[in-house]
Design a protein around this ligand. Structure first.
Ligand code: NAD
Length: 500
């Protein structure tokens, strides 16, 4: 294990033949490739294929051809296969996590390695849950009828994923998708394809060991607006799983038409701190929510709403907590926060802070990129007070290491601010009253609410996703709930009086 990103050895599987089509690792048809640059060191880590429509056609054709045999594989056998993927990822976890830390920027010990273990867990959970997918038998008014239901895979599933969790987000689709018998064509984010390509080697090894036809799982790298766009509109793709920005999700839905979609989109998670909360715990949790993965988490704490009665004390505590986050090289065990992943995210963070300052908010800690680092992406933990509803920090998703403090006077006002942005992914509330918990749980318009822990709390097997009708999307990722979203229910009615 090395302790500096510059010393990480990039495995030789990562290069211009990193496309996986029909069980073979290949180049883009055109031979084009693009560099993957480390946000930590600025070095080019590898050059990977830059695909186009022709590569998508090949991958989709391979998945389509593999599907009849793969869907008829017995479910217990498929479960064994998916469990084997989990085992192989666990064996490679340290190597893949090192690559993830240098390509994404997240700390190796506290985030990258745990992400790989959760990636493996998602395959394991899918393998365990798929063999217990019970479906109803429905009593009919016609006494001669017996009606049974079955969950069936869709066919070819497209999976398109972002750069903030390069392997765990793909695994939330791939584990369930493969376990139920879909064949997959996936496209990882162009900023962070390397750790996913290494994970794909584990998947393909398991597929080879089980002797399934080539093409059950395919991976293509390339620009979202070219490869992703063509893939989701492809007539032979039946199901689309997408995690990314809300605006991209809207474009994809319009291109996918009536195909089944799972859309895991942006968030603007508030942490609400009531006057009866344990303030030390609330400040610690808010810091985790704001600074984990440098704030680049869909359920990050994007806003801290604090009851005016405890504002001054809470602000002192959050500044203290934020000051303890150590910005640095993700491979250094002392580091708790790495650089931002990319320039657009840094620019957006600066834009939101500038807007807030111009409208009267005060920066109490951090607030600007640090100079003298290997790249220009090192942004320290930042606390800003006096944030109001009209500021971009409140209305939009920032996705940077910022703790914006907004003050409220009544619970009704807190709910109004929390619900007022159109996003509704995960929210958190700190209170010592169980009555308060249920009061808020009933009123917050969101897919998930956490009480007395960070907005960044989740476990792999709980249902996670946007609250109905919000900009955060639809469908559920997590454990057995995803199995429902990657299958459709087939109803079979039998007239037993007319059988032998
Ligand atoms: P993004 O939307 O820019 O890109 C996501 C993926 O979509 C990438 O692979 C990209 O290449 C591809 N893409 C881009 N344009 C496309 C198009 N026109 N057609 C098809 N594919 C296209 O998102 P990002 O910046 O990579 O990720 C950050 C966003 O993801 C944030 O908004 C974050 O909140 C969200 N996110 C949501 C969840 C969740 O579970 N709800 C989890 C993590 C991240």
């Amino acid at each position: 294990m090395v302790t500096a990103s510059g010393d990480v050895r990039i495995p030789e599987q990562l290069g211009d033949d990193s496309n996986l089509i029909a069980g073979r690792w290949t180049k883009a048809r055109s031979g084009a490739r693009f560099p993957v640059v480390s946000p930590v060191t600025g070095a080019v880590l590898a050059e990977v294929p830059e695909c186009a429509a022709v590569d998508v056609d090949e991958a989709v054709a391979a998945a389509k051809a593999a599907w009849p045999a793969y869907r008829s594989m017995h479910v217990f056998k498929r479960a064994e296969l998916v469990l084997r993927v989990a085992e192989l990822i666990r064996k490679q976890a340290e190597t893949i996590a090192e690559v993830m830390a240098v390509e994404q920027g997240k700390p190796y010990t506290t985030e990258a390695l745990p992400e790989l273990l959760e990636t493996a867990l998602n395959f394991q959970l899918a393998a365990e849950d798929v063999v217990r997918m019970e479906t109803p038998i429905i009593p009919m008014r016609d006494p001669a009828k017996r009606v049974l239901t079955f969950r069936e895979p869709y066919g070819v599933m497209a999976v398109i994923t972002p750069w903030n969790f390069p392997t765990v987000i793909p695994s939330e689709y791939l584990g369930p998708g493969l376990a139920v018998g879909n064949c997959v064509v996936m496209k990882p984010a162009s900023a962070t394809p390397l750790s996913m390509i290494l994970t794909a080697h584990c998947i393909q090894q398991a597929l080879d060991e089980f002797g399934v036809p080539p093409g059950v799982f395919n991976l293509l790298t390339g620009p979202g607006a070219v490869v992703g766009d063509y893939l989701v509109a492809h007539p032979d793709v039946a199901l689309v799983g997408f995690t990314g920005e809300t605006v991209t999700g809207e474009v994809i839905c319009s291109r996918a038409g009536i195909k089944q979609t799972l859309m895991e989109l942006g968030g603007n998670g508030p942490q609400i701190v009531c006057a009866d909360a344990n303030l030390e715990e609330a400040a610690k949790a808010a810091a985790t929510g704001c600074f984990m993965n440098a704030g680049q988490v869909c359920c990050a704490t994007e806003r801290i709403l604090v009851d005016r009665k405890v504002h001054d004390e809470f602000v002192k505590l959050i500044v203290g907590e934020a000051g303890s986050w150590v910005l640095g090289d993700p491979l250094d065990p002392a580091t708790t926060m790495g650089p931002l992943n990319n320039e657009p995210t840094a620019v957006k963070t600066e834009r939101h802070l500038a807007d807030a300052r111009a409208k009267g908010a005060q920066i109490l800690l951090g607030g600007a990129r640090q100079s003298g680092r290997p790249t220009d992406l090192y942004f320290p933990a930042t606390v800003i007070d006096g944030v109001t509803r009209d500021m971009l920090l409140n209305t939009e998703e920032t996705f940077g290491p910022v703790a914006p403090v907004i003050t409220f006077d009544t619970d009704d006002e807190a709910v109004e601010i929390a619900n007022g942005t159109g996003y509704g992914l995960q929210m958190s509330v700190f209170t010592s009253s169980i009555r308060h918990c249920f009061w808020y749980a009933d009123r917050l318009r969101t897919g998930n609410v956490v009480f007395n822990d960070t907005t960044d709390y989740w476990e792999a097997h709980e249902p996670f996703g946007g609250g109905g009708g919000t900009k955060s999307g639809h469908g559920r990722l997590g454990g057995r709930y995803t199995l429902d979203d990657v299958t459709h229910l087939k109803t079979v009615a039998i007239d037993i009086e007319k059988t032998l």
